[in-house]
Design a binder for this molecule. Structure first.
Ligand SMILES: [Zn+2]
Length: 429
């Protein structure tokens, strides 16, 4: 490997590609941004759970990313992300990936030892008292007991992140991958003051973290818009960005450290707030949009009509029939109103236009149905079971699907978050 450590650029976008067919169409969206003068580095992410459901291997994500980059002549860096891995699951990702989302959310609240807490508080006496973050007026006041409490809550989780980090480092070598630490898959949001404690602990653990994904307040349901107080989100987001700037300056964390927003896809109403904040602080951001590319495949198939539309209807019928089992693993991140789900019989009579307008995430469209969208979002297992039948139709309808994949990523995500021009029109109503 080279001598320069791998560094993630200021702006990056994490995209999911469940069936490993849309890397080129996704990369086209980054090329479109580049044509507007904005460099956004693509990161293809896939979790262990996703690989298990689809029956795919991390190397397939690497191969499709490499092929897309080669074919389109992409000259900037790009990454393949082992998404939400832990010490048990990281092994199979070691060859294929150069970005690791180390998930330690499950260990939050696991008690650290008294010695560990004492050592932490002793090393970070400057955090007890008044802390002025750069670029904001608010001053945090953390008492020593606040500091002890936060340390008690997060130290054990950060120590586990250190274990996972070192396991990857031993295999790949220092500087040959981008480490992210995620704590988003938990019930309670972390406050900016807690983020400060977490960052100090990460620095103590000697993890050169480049992105961090806290849990923000509000609901981040899969594939649909943000539910929560957007103004409060913005206040917290601003303080989180300021906490990171403080951590870089005072804890010696990497200068390119930035927030990673695990959006669960399509959090349109907070995009303008993210955009304003990164502009205000001249900060970077990593936006993970996860899995709605699979829904764009369905939209493309439905738009194509004929056997494409027929298959899209069949997938809905299957997802409807198995809705309980499909929704179960996602229960905490979906809100489906069963009364709003059309019957498979009704959907069987739909035109291309009726299917796509119910599914497409256009908040201004009357026919948009967020319950149907969420059910199909978690229904990718149905398509995975169809195997070649599904994948062959993706190949056959490549052009219409690619147009939807690229347009969705560029117009609805990249423009409002990174470019800003169309932020207002992309906002909810
Ligand atoms: Zn996440």
């Amino acid at each position: 490997m080279g001598n320069q450590p791998l560094k993630l650029a200021k702006y990056s976008i994490g995209t999911g590609d469940r069936f490993a067919h849309q890397a080129k169409a996704q990369l086209q969206a980054c090329l479109r941004a580049l044509a507007h003068g904005v460099e956004i580095v693509p990161v293809w992410n896939k979790s262990n759970r996703e690989h298990t459901i689809i029956g795919s291997d991390p190397m397939s994500a690497r191969q499709s990313a490499d092929a897309a980059v080669k074919e389109l002549g992409w000259k900037l860096p790009y990454f393949v992300d082992a998404d939400h891995i832990g010490v048990q699951t990281v092994g199979r990702f070691l060859d294929a990936c150069d970005f690791y989302t180390i998930d330690v959310a499950d260990f939050i609240g696991q008690t650290a030892t008294q010695e560990q807490i004492d050592a932490f508080v002793g090393a970070h006496k400057n955090l007890a008292g008044r802390v002025q973050l750069p670029g904001v007026d608010e001053i945090f006041t953390l008492s020593e007991s606040d500091l002890r409490q936060s340390a008690g809550k997060f130290l054990a989780a950060v120590k586990i992140a250190g274990e996972v980090y070192r396991k990857i480092e031993t295999s790949k070598g220092k500087g040959n991958f981008v480490p992210e630490i995620s704590m988003d898959e938990t019930d309670r949001a972390q406050t900016p003051a807690e983020l400060l404690v977490i960052l100090a602990a990460i620095a103590d653990e000697d993890i050169p973290v480049q992105t961090i994904a806290p849990k923000f307040s509000g609901r981040f349901n899969k594939g649909v818009d943000y539910v929560g107080d957007v103004a409060q989100f913005e206040r917290e987001f601003v303080l989180d960005v300021a906490a990171i700037a403080y951590g870089v300056r005072h804890f010696g964390l990497p200068a390119n450290l930035k927030l990673s927003v695990h959006s669960g896809s399509d959090k349109f109403s907070i995009y303008p707030a993210i955009h304003r904040t990164i502009r205000r602080f001249d900060a970077g951001v990593h936006l993970k949009t996860a899995g709605t590319t699979w829904l764009e495949e369905l939209i493309g198939l439905a738009e194509a009509g004929g056997e494409g539309l027929a298959l899209a209807k069949e997938i809905y019928a299957e997802a409807f029939a198995h809705r309980e089992e499909l929704c179960k693993p996602y229960a905490t991140v979906i809100d489906i109103d069963a009364a709003r789900l059309p019957s498979p019989d009704e959907v069987r009579g739909w035109s291309s236009e009726q299917y796509t307008s119910a599914l497409r995430h256009d908040l201004r469209a009357k026919a948009y149905n967020s319950s149907l969208r969420q059910l199909l979002h978690v229904g990718f297992k149905v398509a995975a079971k169809m195997g070649r039948r599904y994948v062959d139709l993706l190949d056959k309808n490549e052009a219409v699907i690619a147009r939807n994949v690229t347009g969705n990523l560029y117009d609805r995500h990249i423009v409002p978050v990174f470019l800003g021009d169309a932020a207002d029109s992309a906002k909810a109503q």
